[in-house]
Design a protein around this ligand. Structure first.
Ligand code: ZN
Length: 356
């Protein structure tokens, strides 16, 4: 499947622009009438009225609500991460809470890596409480962020159990488990053992439908900041929003081909500085594209939540897994934005050079 590049949409004129256009038509008409012959006046009146009519029609178009036919839940992995290129962990948490609130996102889902919280002591604990006090939900992202492929099954499950224990005291806890590195098992034995383990603990797979490399943009920003490079935040914002929206469109188009519909999406982001800086801009762009932001619990009521794709191609999220199960090759199932070289090239040309 061809890549779906993100092309900024031509914006409809704002109501203010339309009012200006309307007013300038009236003013031009009044000014012009004083100096023209009768025939010219008739022509000017005709075209001006036509233009006013067109402006009013456009205004009515522009004021129509965007048709909401797609939906997406926002999830942040690895909470609570340590200090980043722009914020301390505590500052980031406050900024994320404020930005989500301003954007009207009342319920996001934070997948907690409980060892991160533990390492940060009281500060980590307070950050988790701040998220839940603000109305956001929590999911299990393991204790130590182990990679299933590199960990014996029993050890992996023991780590997952430790996270269940550590999360017990917190409010707003879901029964969702998100696999670190989205690795759900690369052999039928491991995959099935983990499916059984989750089921035995009444946990569900907190799958994603839209995989992103937001973590790599955060890493590039850190490299630049560490090298004392000035970063234009607007350039960084444009790159970030563009990349995440491209991934979203890529997997939505894949879903429409495989499912013949747009499912309730689950977006993978991380609790990092990029999210804290730009989540509001991202939400605005998603809404302009007709996405309604929904709670994760609603997203996981989509029928695809009840499926267990019979494939080992699981690391790209559920839509890609279903597409693979239906016969599409892996080469067509990864968004071009999920590539470190691609992102570095774009960062260097659109944001700033990073000295090697
Ligand atoms: Zn993670």
């Amino acid at each position: 499947m061809p890549a779906v590049p993100y092309v900024p949409r031509a914006r409809l004129m704002s109501a203010q622009q339309l009012r200006l256009l309307y007013c300038s038509n009236i003013n031009n008409l009044t000014l012009g009438l004083a100096t023209m012959h009768k025939q010219s006046i008739r022509r000017v009146i005709f075209y001006s009225l036509l233009s006013v009519f067109a402006s009013v029609t456009l205004a009515q178009e522009a004021e129509k609500p965007v048709e909401v036919d797609r939906s997406i839940a926002i999830t942040f992995d690895d909470a609570t991460k340590g200090d980043g290129p722009f914020f301390t962990g505590a500052e980031r948490t406050q900024r994320l809470i404020d930005s989500l609130s301003r954007a009207g996102v009342s319920e996001a889902l934070f997948f907690v890596t409980t060892r991160n919280v533990e390492r940060q002591g009281e500060s980590g604990h307070k950050r988790i409480v701040a998220y839940t006090d603000a109305g956001h939900m929590l999911g299990n992202h393991s204790h130590s962020h182990l990679w299933l492929n590199r960990t014996p099954t029993a050890e992996y499950i023991a780590d997952l159990d430790l996270a269940i224990d550590r999360l017990q005291p917190y409010a707003n806890l879901t029964s969702l488990y998100r696999f670190p590195f989205l690795d759900e098992g690369r052999s039928p034995e491991k995959r099935n053992a983990l499916r059984r383990a989750l089921s035995a603990r009444s946990l569900s797979n907190g799958y994603v439908t839209i995989d992103t490399y937001d973590w790599y943009i955060d890493r590039l920003a850190k490299e630049a900041v560490d090298a004392d490079i000035e970063i234009d935040r607007e350039d960084l914002r444009d790159l970030y929003v563009d990349v995440i929206v491209s991934s979203t469109e890529f997997y939505d188009e894949m879903a429409q081909k495989v499912l013949n519909r747009s499912p309730r999406h689950v977006l993978l982001l991380h609790e990092n500085d990029m999210s804290a800086l730009f989540i509001g801009d991202l939400v605005t762009e998603l809404r302009e594209r007709g996405f309604q932001i929904i709670p994760a619990n609603d997203a996981y009521e989509d029928p695809i939540a009840g499926l267990e794709p019979d494939t080992l191609f699981l690391g790209q999220g559920r839509i890609a897994a279903l597409a693979h199960e239906s016969g599409l090759p892996p080469s067509e199932l990864v968004s071009p934005t999920e590539d470190e070289g691609y992102l570095r090239r774009r960062f260097e040309s659109e944001v700033s050079e990073i000295p090697q």
